[in-house]
Design a protein around this ligand. Structure first.
Ligand SMILES: *[C@@H]1O[C@H](CO)[C@@H](O)[C@H](O)[C@H]1NC(C)=O
Length: 463
């Protein structure tokens, strides 16, 4: 277990939901005659283009071609007669929770009967339902103002790119937010109102996945084992004995978690928030947490201690639905991982030599299929006991590397770490991840500290 005595990846964070209404599309409906006119216009333009090309040859037609493209042939792209894809009548009715003034986005106003409301919404939007694989929305964010650390914004951009890469590869939606949704719930508390709003905005998402801005995905192949979370509503990296026996505030990490989009979660977040800075008893909450936990050396109430506190004191109410995950690194502590990347990459290369198909070029969209192959060839798909699990976790890429205490944005890193180690570590983790992405584009970093890339020449071609 890590000995991090400092802030737990407490990047300050905030929120602002952009709800995209599909309403109003009918305005763009064009009737048949208009359609036909556009078609004729397009056809005439096309003829003119052919004529122009024939006249001028290939020298100077770019502008003309661009004009044609800006005024394309009718593809009926603005028109949808298919009720499935537009706003169905049901959306305008009172059964739709979006039309119920009692249903809000904010903390302090729990939604009664959310599970039923969400289920109804899903029934009416079958094309957005979870078929097989549950839908996941990743939520992350950072402060609204520029970072104090001169390269803080640059680092946040790379951390954000890293999340976008993973989400694109795995068909996960992402919402990144930069404002406080509840003005008094600042820093690490800000994620709760944001996750709460995201649940309402994304009824199609079964899971909301909160990721601190200073956490990077460092195994782009890894897929969340959602099927094994069927009986849980919240998943957070942590250890039972450290929670229940040690009563340690670092027995889990609240900087990364999965929470199911359901009524339980809405109630839980209300309870969790009740120890937050927006309440009148914030100071008392801090004292309560310090008294209940064994190793808190600070006085303000924080979300992570509050989560441990709820597991300890209200175990019957919440405990059986919160999974403390450690079978893989949902939250890898950076100190343990940033020095191991080259060795781990070598292990992967050895298996690639044995199974050259793993080193075969393929479309990025095929990457999850190749990842499955790799998982099988590397033996990561086998059920193992806890001891072997820990061993395997040292041999494989850490799913997440979390720069707990490094504070890339403010630069006010925890003094138990050297600034240089934080900076070098982040660069290495981000490049390690980027290599896994760039591979699908044919390039790799010269080394993990280099932004210079070279084409990969060693792909396997099977003939
Ligand atoms: C990493 O690559 C760069 C070139 O991009 C080179 O200048 C540097 O010496 C390399 N570092 C190591 C440790 O090999």
């Amino acid at each position: 277990m890590n000995t991090d005595v400092g802030v737990t990846g407490k990047s300050s964070m905030d929120g602002g939901s952009a709800i995209h209404f599909k309403g109003g599309w009918k305005k763009f409906r064009v009737d048949g005659l208009y359609d036909w006119l556009i078609f004729m216009g397009g056809a005439m333009s096309a003829l003119l283009l052919v004529w122009a090309l024939w006249r001028i040859g290939s020298s100077d037609y770019t502008m003309e071609a661009l004009k044609i493209r800006a005024n394309p042939l009718p593809q009926k792209c603005q028109v949808s007669n298919n009720g499935d894809s537009g706003v169905v009548d049901w959306d305008k009715g009172s059964e739709n929770y979006f039309n119920d003034p009692e249903v809000g986005y904010t903390i302090g106003k729990p939604i009664k009967d959310w599970d039923r409301m969400r289920r109804k919404w899903l029934q009416q939007h079958p094309h957005l339902k979870n078929y097989g694989k549950p839908r996941v929305l990743m939520v992350s964010g950072s402060q609204s103002t520029p970072c104090k650390n001169p390269i803080g914004d640059h680092l946040l951009l790379k951390f954000f790119k890293n999340k976008v890469d993973y989400c694109r590869l795995h068909g996960i939606d992402i919402f990144y937010n930069t404002v406080l949704l509840e003005e008094h719930m600042y820093t690490f508390w800000a994620k709760i109102p944001l996750v709460r709003a995201a649940m309402v905005a994304h009824p199609e998402a079964e899971w909301i996945w909160w990721m601190d801005s200073d956490a990077a995905i460092t195994d782009m192949d890894f897929e969340l084992p959602l099927e094994s979370y069927e009986n849980y509503n919240m998943v957070v990296h942590g250890w039972k004995h450290l929670v229940y026996e040690k009563r340690s505030w670092v027995s889990l990490n609240a900087g990364i978690f999965l929470i199911r989009n359901c009524e339980w979660s809405i109630k839980f977040m209300e309870r969790w928030s009740s120890m937050g800075p927006q309440t009148s008893h914030f100071d008392a909450s801090g004292k309560l947490l310090t008294d209940a936990l064994s190793d808190r050396a600070f006085k303000d109430s924080d979300d992570q201690s509050a989560l441990v506190y709820l597991l300890l004191k209200e175990k019957d109410k919440w405990g059986d639905k919160i999974l403390l995950e450690h079978s893989y690194n949902l939250n890898g502590y950076w100190i343990e991982h940033v020095g191991t990347y080259e060795d781990i990459a070598k292990k992967y290369e050895i298996v690639e030599k044995e199974h050259p198909i793993l080193n075969q070029r393929h479309a990025e969209k095929m990457s999850t299929e190749y990842a499955e192959l790799r998982k099988a060839y590397m033996g990561f798909d086998k059920k193992v006991d806890a001891a072997r699990e820990a061993e395997i976790n040292k041999e494989r890429r850490s799913f997440v590397t979390h720069f707990t205490g490094c504070q890339p944005c403010s630069g006010d890193h925890n003094k138990i770490y050297k600034r240089e180690n934080c900076m070098k570590g982040m660069e290495r983790a981000l490049n390690f991840a980027d290599n896994q992405v760039l591979r699908n584009y044919g390039f790799k970093h010269d080394n993990l500290s280099s932004d210079h890339v070279t084409p990969i020449s060693s792909f396997y071609i099977p003939f």
